[in-house]
Design a binder for this molecule. Structure first.
Ligand SMILES: O=C(CO)COP(=O)(O)O
Length: 257
């Protein structure tokens, strides 16, 4: 049984006070049941206000969008996993394509970040995905295999159990051009097969694989109906409490077994 996971990646949006206002509205619309996990991933500067607005008893969890691989030290401008954990984060997004393309993160960096997250008890959400050129030149599988190989390298079974993969085709992010459910379903299946071959069937069976890229309140249900799509990593549509709540409702109606 894989519990659906819906993650809202706020990217560089919302101040701390806007985060507070979001939570106030959002909590009136949704308090997740045990059938779906919900994570809000605001910018670092809004983590504390979102955490305190959610309150200690909320089932809605907190995630961060990035971390540095060292625990502490002379790394001006960086944030470590233990700092995030201390602020109440449970999840951290690693290797988002915006970090890979705009901030030059390489597979080696992503690997160090996954390990650092696991070492301090955060659950990494490892993002993988191909660019449009890579898709059009038939390289999707190779690119994703390379990203998975690096990100998951040498993880123990226990660690693998706490990793989530997010398949985010770069060409679908923020473009309004989502992958079709068939395209996403195919890649999700091949990610699961890759994990099963390389690691263990058991790890592949329990690993959650999310789809991300122009997910909306309108198209979420069609993704979540697919047996290999265990949730969504949502950008634009998570910034509005209404549309994000509708995506969560779609996950609630589509439990996977
Ligand atoms: O990058 C994304 C989530 O991490 C997806 O963004 P959009 O939902 O805005 O396409």
């Amino acid at each position: 049984m894989r519990t659906p996971l819906i993650v809202g990646n706020w990217k560089m949006n919302k101040t701390a006070s806007e985060g507070r206002a979001f939570v106030r509205d959002f909590q009136q619309l949704v308090e997740p049941s045990t059938d779906v996990e919900v994570v809000l991933a605001p910018p670092f500067t809004a983590l504390e206000s979102v955490r305190s607005s959610l309150g200690a008893t909320s089932r809605i969890m907190l995630g961060a969008q990035n971390l540095h691989w060292e625990q502490q030290g002379a790394f001006t401008g960086e944030i470590s996993g233990s700092m995030l954990l201390d602020l109440g984060c449970r999840y951290v997004i690693v290797g988002h394509s915006e970090r890979r393309t705009l901030f030059w993160e390489r597979n080696e960096d992503v690997q160090k970040k996954v390990r650092a997250a696991l070492a301090c008890g955060l659950r990494p959400i490892l993002c993988v995905g191909e660019s449009l050129t890579e898709r059009e030149t038939g390289q999707t599988e190779r690119i994703i295999d390379e990203q998975l190989s690096a990100g998951l390298d040498q993880l123990t079974d226990a660690n693998l159990k706490t990793v989530t993969i997010a398949y985010e085709p770069v060409w679908a992010i923020g473009t309004g051009r989502a992958a079709t459910t068939v395209q996403a379903g195919d890649v999700h299946r091949s990610i699961r097969a890759f994990v099963a071959n390389r690691w263990k069937d058991a790890a592949a069976a329990t690993m959650r694989i999310l789809y991300g890229g122009s997910v909306t309140a309108q198209n979420a249900a069609s993704f979540l109906e697919s047996p290999d799509i265990d949730g969504a990593l949502v950008g634009g549509a998570c910034l509005n409490p209404d549309s994000f709540a509708k995506i969560i409702a779609a996950a609630n109606r589509n439990p996977h077994s």
